[in-house]
Design a protein around this ligand. Structure first.
Ligand code: ATP
Ligand code: MG
Length: 180
């Protein structure tokens, strides 16, 4: 399972639609200060369901929408699509390729899509559970995360190992069943 494609439009500094194709392997993103490198990783975090504007370096969710420049008007919508390779069938879905899309308008609520069909954030969370991908997954290690892991309580650290071991979905099903 790996990132195959990222499409960004109207998100942060990316006013025009851009598309990046990735190969299975190591990818480095290079560029001058302020050119948008971190905005790319923010877009990945966001499409995977990040709800905290602060962790996207903003103060409200609207801040992810292109805010305009001297020569260009602000936009009204941000959209990011992330395509993951699923030929290993790690995600429990019958597609060799999965595209997750998130869209937000200035008016508020986000819309989510799985392979272009409208869905809930919950559906995306369930699909990514135990894959290590996802906003809480260990696949995104931001600045300061290593320190956080090392200084966390044993119970918190255990969650990371549980996700790696692939047992989070069973725990979450048990918790849901206990609630009923
Ligand atoms: P560094 O090397 O310093 O880490 P970087 O390449 O990671 O830089 P980013 O932080 O990704 O750069 O990009 C910062 C740029 O994105 C700034 O110029 C900022 O004005 C712009 N930016 C952030 N949010 C928006 C927005 N909503 N609309 C337009 N531009 C934005
Ligand atoms: Mg940066």
């Amino acid at each position: 399972m790996y990132l195959k494609r990222l499409e960004i439009q109207g998100f942060k500094s990316f006013a025009n639609k851009i598309e990046m194709q990735f190969e299975n392997g190591i990818i480095g993103v290079v560029g001058p200060n302020g050119s948008g490198k971190s905005n790319i990783s923010d877009s990945i975090r966001w499409v995977l369901g990040e709800q905290s504007p602060k962790s996207l370096r903003g103060s409200k969710m609207e801040d992810v929408i292109f805010a305009g420049t001297n020569s260009r008007k602000p936009l009204g919508m941000a959209e990011v699509s992330l395509t993951l390779d699923n030929t290993s069938m790690l995600m429990p879905i019958d597609y060799g390729e999965v595209t997750i899309t998130r869209r937000v308008y200035r008016s508020g609520e986000s819309e989510y899509y799985l392979n272009k069909a409208s869905c809930r954030l919950k559906d995306i969370r369930e699909l990514l559970m135990d894959t290590g991908i996802g906003k809480e997954g260990y696949s995104i290690i931001g600045q300061g995360k290593i320190d956080e892991i090392l200084s966390s309580k044993p119970e918190e650290r255990r969650l990371i190992f549980e996700e790696a071991a692939g047992i989070i979905k069973y725990k979450s099903r048990r918790d849901e069943a206990e609630k009923k």
